[in-house]
Design a protein around this ligand. Structure first.
Ligand code: ATR
Length: 312
């Protein structure tokens, strides 16, 4: 692929590139990219390119930076990372299903990656890619912004036991929640998660709850977080029933497309405050952008670009 930064207006933003496009990669600017499978739905390119355009007005050194989107199968992730490194992709975002895989390979990593076993951001360095997990920051900031409260001292009911749930659980423990309640469809995966979390904060109580029926948690201080993939399809039912929980409960669904899942509709009908995953996406993006460019983007610009990208 031959691309000149001078032709930037014509650079692919919505196009999904593939591994083959790296074989003859000739982009003369500084490339960034998100890798996923599937990845078509991702609005990260719109979000980051909007922030890059804004930054380039202040600092022309960023004029030739561009954020691309690659669909990479998990079996070819290793090969893709090597090629992206050779082609000097300055920064990468990893999304489903690459976060856990990559965390196993990246030797130089921030503590959040080691604790959560998941990596969503890579930075090119002379010694290889350095791994970060900005999802933890994204989730914490999203809760602060959406509900005007801090995680510290709160009770959290976390639904799910995959990579997203693991990162959320680590964020809860490192931000000193009062208690962590866990639930998941498959009990074995939940037991494994509890084992992995042991030792991060031994003083914070962790309890396991069945996913069927109403939860027996009475606290008005509760935040429910959906970290399962149930809700991604419009027709998906809610992963849990919220009846019986205190109406002051706050509910965060990590899913942002569709913007209102069955879980959020249920929560609203019970008078609970809700937030979808869009603020989390934007805040994790803000942190990644800062890691790559050493500049703070406008969160508002990123948010607007993500909303516009979703509307198209
Ligand atoms: P991610 O990395 O995005 O977290 P994952 O590791 O595949 O993805 O985890 C998906 C989560 O969604 C799991 O908690 C999964 O539950 P299981 O452990 O029982 O598989 C949950 N999930 C997916 N489909 C679900 C469904 N139909 N009902 C309930 N939970 C579901």
């Amino acid at each position: 692929m031959r691309l000149k930064p001078t032709l930037k207006r014509n650079l692919p933003e919505r196009d999904v590139l593939r591994l083959g496009d790296l074989a003859n990669w000739r982009f003369e600017g500084t490339p960034l990219a998100v890798l996923g499978h599937p990845v078509k739905h991702s609005v990260s390119p719109e979000m980051h390119n909007a922030a890059l355009r804004e930054l380039a007005v202040r600092n022309p050194a960023f004029k030739d930076w561009h954020y691309f989107k690659f669909d990479i199968e998990p079996e070819r992730l290793r090969e893709a990372l090597d090629l992206l490194y050779e082609n000097r992709f300055k920064g990468l975002n990893l999304t489903v299903p690459h976060k856990i895989l990559a965390a196993q390979w990246i030797e130089a990593a921030e503590p959040e990656v080691r604790l959560s076993g998941a990596c969503n951001t890579l930075l090119w360095t002379e010694n290889g890619y350095r791994g970060y997990n900005t999802d933890l920051y994204g989730m914490t900031r999203a809760i602060e912004e959406s509900f005007a409260l801090k995680l510290q001292g709160r009770q959290v009911l976390l639904i799910g036991a995959g990579g997203a749930a693991r990162a959320a659980a680590v964020a809860c423990l490192t931000h000193e929640v009062g208690a962590l309640h866990l639930t998941n469809r498959t009990r074995e995966k939940l037991d494994l998660l509890v084992e992995e979390l042991a030792g991060i904060r031994a003083d914070i109580p962790i309890s396991i709850h069945p996913l069927t029926g109403a939860f027996s948690i009475a606290s008005p201080n509760l935040i429910v977080i959906n970290a399962t993939s149930l809700g991604l399809k419009e027709s998906d039912p809610a992963p849990a029933v919220l009846w019986g929980l205190h109406p002051a409960t706050k509910v965060l669904d990590m899913i942002y497309n569709p913007s209102k899942t069955a879980l959020l509709k249920q929560a609203e009908s019970l008078g609970m405050r809700t937030a979808n995953g869009l603020p989390m996406l934007v805040f994790q993006g803000e942190r990644s952008f800062k890691i790559w460019t050493k500049n703070s983007p406008s969160v508002e610009t990123m948010f607007r670009a993500a909303v516009d990208g979703l509307a198209e």
